[in-house]
Design a protein around this ligand. Structure first.
Ligand code: KIV
Ligand code: ZN
Length: 511
């Protein structure tokens, strides 16, 4: 049932702190600053910029973020230790998130202190932070596994000591929505604003965060892409969209920037978003089956709960085993190809035959089949690769130089990379992203046969700035050459889509 409230739910983003605690992730101060700027643009209310005590690099990053004068509050994490609070102050923070564990398991095995001592530390730390005039948000770590009366005693004591907000962490993702609802309802009587901080160990982080808001919490701690320790934190994009669309509540988030922000965080952290992730996953607005594409084409709401543009995305259709005539005709129309009914039938059958053999059908495959069936000459690409050279080895930085011709103009460029494929694709992208705003979106490499002379198959997806996506594939013994060929093929296909896009008047290039 849709309940409408005019209040803004406060978004406390902890991508740069809890998100950075994802195993294998370390962000440089420059990366952190870039993400912070993007988060501010997105419209979060608070950025938890880091944990100041942990390193000099962390402090440099937080200082750079506080210096930037972003249009949101900036906080930092601190244990209940004077040194942690001093470190926060030295980073020019005026907002600290202080925490101490309150569950018996943490007190006994981690902190090795009594409940009384933890209470005393929490109060002293709050008073110390307040003596600097800091805004204090206090977290009882592992709150959901803490004995209820003791938890309330700690929360009440820190509020008396001056804490401005209380946060309720479900540190190991152990709670259920009902449990969170009841807990928040009980804590609300303390009469300070409450935040919720959920982890996703049982996949309930977003549901639990929403239950907290329903019970009266005013803020949620979230991360972009749901990154964080173990299974991660509640994901910002899922929480925000569910809140807006299903609960009728508001936040200050500009939802159209969600996908862009997700991509930036994914590329800087190196944490890939699973394809079927809600809102920001590759497949969230992709359709393959005939029944679905048919429905989508007559009214997208048949198989999409929201317009993808709401979150800065475009829907895409893919040819495959479940394809139907309507979907295939619509896909070909994107390339300005209009097969007859009979031709469409043959194209669909050829696609199904290929898919039955386990083949994934790329845009390039679809066009090859369609032009054959329609007796058209194959479509010439706008970009031609004249030559490329790659050097690699031990103690050598892999470097590639390419010579491309686009619209009669020659482009020569060189790039380095982590390996020869990376260097070659970066060199091509250097030209295409500057001149055509086309970027590599997906890259997959598979060995088809065994042995050192194995046949490798490279599949890629590229995207232009208008959200046109095209896929292509190439196979060969040399993975660098196959990668380059697939890339050029994909770029040519996406260019064709752009040229044919009459709806948005994007006739920048003519074929
Ligand atoms: O999950 C957690 O308990 C935390 C605390 C530091 C609040 O991240
Ligand atoms: Zn956490």
């Amino acid at each position: 049932m849709l309940r409408v409230s005019n209040e803004y739910v406060r978004i406390y983003d902890t991508t740069l702190r809890d998100g950075e605690q994802t195993p294998g992730v370390t962000l440089t101060p420059d990366d952190k600053l870039l993400i912070a700027k993007e988060l501010a643009r997105l419209g979060v209310d608070v950025i938890e910029a880091g944990f100041p005590i942990i390193s000099k690099g962390e402090q440099d990053a937080i200082k750079a973020i506080t210096r930037e004068g972003l249009n949101c509050e900036i906080s930092g994490l601190a244990r209940c230790e004077r040194s942690d609070i001093d470190a926060a102050v030295s980073c020019n923070l005026n907002y600290v998130h202080i925490f101490i564990a309150t569950s018996d398991i943490h007190l006994k095995y981690k902190l090795k202190i009594s409940r009384e001592e933890a209470l005393r530390k929490a109060v002293e730390a709050t008073e110390y932070a307040k003596s600097y005039g800091l805004k204090v948000e206090f977290s009882a770590e592992d709150a959901t596994r803490s004995e209820r009366e003791y938890l309330k005693q700690v929360y009440k004591a820190v509020v008396e000591a001056g804490a401005d907000r209380l946060d309720v962490p479900d540190t190991v993702g152990y709670a259920t929505p009902k449990y969170i609802y009841d807990l928040i309802s009980e804590l609300k009587t303390i009469n300070v604003p409450l935040s919720i901080h959920c982890h996703d160990d049982f996949g309930l982080a977003v549901a639990n965060s929403i239950a907290a808001i329903e019970a009266g919490a005013s803020c949620a701690h979230l991360t972009i892409n749901g990154i964080g320790e173990r299974a991660g934190n509640a994901s910002l994009e899922e929480f925000v969209m569910a809140l807006h669309c299903l609960y009728g509540k508001k936040t200050r988030i500009n939802t159209r920037l969600l996908y862009e922000t997700s991509r930036l965080v994914s590329s800087l952290t190196g944490i890939i978003v699973q394809p079927n992730k809600a809102i920001i996953g590759e497949n969230a607005f992709g359709h393959e089956s005939g029944i679905h594409t048919h429905g989508i084409l007559s009214n997208p709401l048949t198989y999409e709960p929201i317009d993808p543009e709401m979150v800065g995305r475009k829907r895409w259709l893919e040819a495959g085993k479940h394809a139907g005539a309507h979907g295939i005709a619509a896909m070909l129309e994107e390339y300005n190809l209009k097969p007859s009914r009979e031709e469409t039938k043959i194209i669909v059958n050829r696609i199904k035959e290929l898919a039955d053999k386990g083949k994934k059908i790329t845009d390039a495959d679809l066009l090859t089949i369609a032009t054959e069936v329609m007796h058209k000459s194959s479509i010439e690409g706008k970009i031609k690769l004249n030559d490329f050279v790659v050097t690699t080895g031990i103690n050598v930085v892999p470097t590639a130089s390419v010579r491309l011709v686009f619209d009669g103009k020659e482009f020569i460029t060189a790039e380095t990379g982590v390996g020869p494929v990376d260097a070659a694709l970066k060199a091509i992208q250097k030209v295409t992203s500057e001149t055509m705003s086309i970027k590599l979106k997906e890259f997959r490499l598979e060995a088809i046969t065994g042995g050192s002379d194995a046949l490798a198959e490279v599949s890629i997806k590229v995207e232009d700035k208008y959200g046109h996506i095209a896929s292509a594939r190439a196979a060969g013994e040399d993975i660098v050459i196959a990668s380059v060929q697939a890339m050029i093929e994909g770029i040519n296909k996406v260019m064709l889509k752009r040229v044919s896009d009459t709806k948005s008047g994007l006739r920048e290039y003519t074929v």
